[in-house]
Design a protein around this ligand. Structure first.
Ligand SMILES: [Zn+2]
Length: 270
């Protein structure tokens, strides 16, 4: 049923896009339509991202875990990373979604979702910081919008700016975006994450630790496979993290968050 729903959504999206493209081309000022060039692409991408962000924001906030302890904990971890982060197109928003899914994802508009299925495997706020730092790096590199542009094409983004993005739901967006990052983008996100962790007084080995815990001793668990398949190069990633830790001259400053209390707030959904 879920697949059918997604297919219908996809079809409605394309129908919306077709109408939208027609409408926008008719209404778009001629000078803009013919200017072309990458600068225009960039501003189109910005506006489409703003539009998608609004759509996603509504959906995600309705689904997110809104326990005060959870929101406060997430804010603390994000705050520790903030000074070391690169420039972002939109303010960062991260949410925890109660679900058995073992995954974390960076959506367009710099909206990051961490599923409690993944979180329940982690053992410390520093490991959560590592997972967040990796997803934030995708936002800094603007990987989600590039993936969306590649999957849907510029015409569809154009249509979105024209107001026909209603068929785009978080689930669909998630599917389009999370299947779209290349191995190279993943490694680049890790490199940036390791830099951010080190600069935030967090031992970069937290990333490798988090990855090992996610895999656990059941690497063939379908839930775990989902994370591994959308984040390729698992062993290489663990090795990079260990090397960054060995080279790190810094000293760890623990994040002041009661992990047990934080974790106790997740509703278990299977
Ligand atoms: Zn990634």
């Amino acid at each position: 049923m879920r697949i059918l729903k997604e297919v219908l959504l996809l079809l409605s999206l394309y129908a919306g896009v077709a109408l939208g493209v027609f409408g926008v081309w008719r209404l778009w000022p001629e000078s803009k339509a013919h200017k072309g060039g990458s600068q225009e692409d960039a501003s189109l991408l910005d506006r489409a991202e703003g539009k998608v962000r609004d759509l996603l924001h509504r959906e995600v906030t309705a689904d997110a875990n809104d326990e005060a302890v959870v929101k406060e904990g997430l804010r603390k971890v994000q705050e520790r990373l903030a000074p070391a982060l690169g420039k972002l197109s939109f303010p960062l928003e991260s949410y925890i979604i109660d679900s058995g899914t073992v995954n974390a994802v960076c959506l367009p508009g710099n909206i990051i979702l961490v599923y409690s299925g993944l979180l329940r495997r982690l053992q410390s706020p520093e490991e959560l910081a590592a997972i967040l730092a990796h997803e934030i790096a995708h936002a800094v590199h603007r990987d989600p919008m590039q993936a969306l542009k590649r999957e849907l094409g510029l015409a569809a983004l154009f249509a979105m700016v024209g107001g026909r993005g209603d068929g785009v739901t978080g689930r669909l967006m998630h599917r389009l975006v999370s299947s779209g990052f290349s191995r190279q983008q993943e490694l680049a996100a890790d490199e940036e994450a390791l830099r951010v962790l080190a600069a935030s007084d967090i031992d970069p080995k937290a990333l490798g630790d988090a990855l090992r815990r996610i895999r656990g001793d059941k690497a063939d668990d379908p839930g775990v496979l989902q994370y591994i398949s959308t984040h390729p190069g698992f062993d290489e990633r663990v090795q990079l993290s260990e090397k960054a830790s060995a080279d790190w001259p810094g000293k760890e400053r623990p994040i002041d968050l009661d992990w047990k209390q934080f974790r106790a707030q997740f509703r278990v959904i299977r």
